[in-house]
Design a protein around this ligand. Structure first.
Ligand code: MN
Length: 135
């Protein structure tokens, strides 16, 4: 069950994240949208408790600034790490990874993508519960 309604989130400037790439309810608040003048993308992403995105890669660095809650983050072949609010993650080009909320709290991060003329994200398979739980 989603924690928030679309009316509540719309009032805060959020729209639903694309459901096919998230394990549950997540919300996007765009700040900078790439166009012919701007090769960068900046948005807040709110993940409801326990929600994470699919495995994916980015063609250029993605920087995540954790704003609220605890960000669960994993690169393929490495353990899940927990980054608290105030922390940042620099994800290198082509590194397969996922990010999401802890099981018990909302997580908000600002996501910054650069060199968007190369593309923004390449979505892959969902994260299993075993992977999310670090098993
Ligand atoms: Mn990412």
């Amino acid at each position: 069950m989603a924690k928030y309604t679309i009316e509540e989130m719309s009032a805060q400037g959020y729209k639903p994240a694309p459901a096919e790439y998230f394990s549950g309810a997540a919300w996007l608040k765009p700040f900078v949208i790439p166009d012919e003048n701007t090769n960068c993308i900046v948005s807040d992403v709110l993940f409801e408790p326990g929600v994470r995105n699919n495995w994916h890669t980015h063609p250029s660095n993605q920087v995540l600034l954790v704003r609220e809650g605890v960000c669960y983050y994993q690169e393929e072949g490495k353990p899940v790490v927990q980054v608290e609010a105030g922390g940042a993650i620099n994800i290198l080009p082509g590194v397969k990874h996922w990010h999401g909320a802890s099981p018990d709290a909302v997580m908000v991060h600002t996501a910054i993508g650069i060199n968007t003329e190369k593309g923004i994200v390449n979505w892959l398979e969902p994260v299993t519960d075993e992977q999310y739980n670090g098993k």
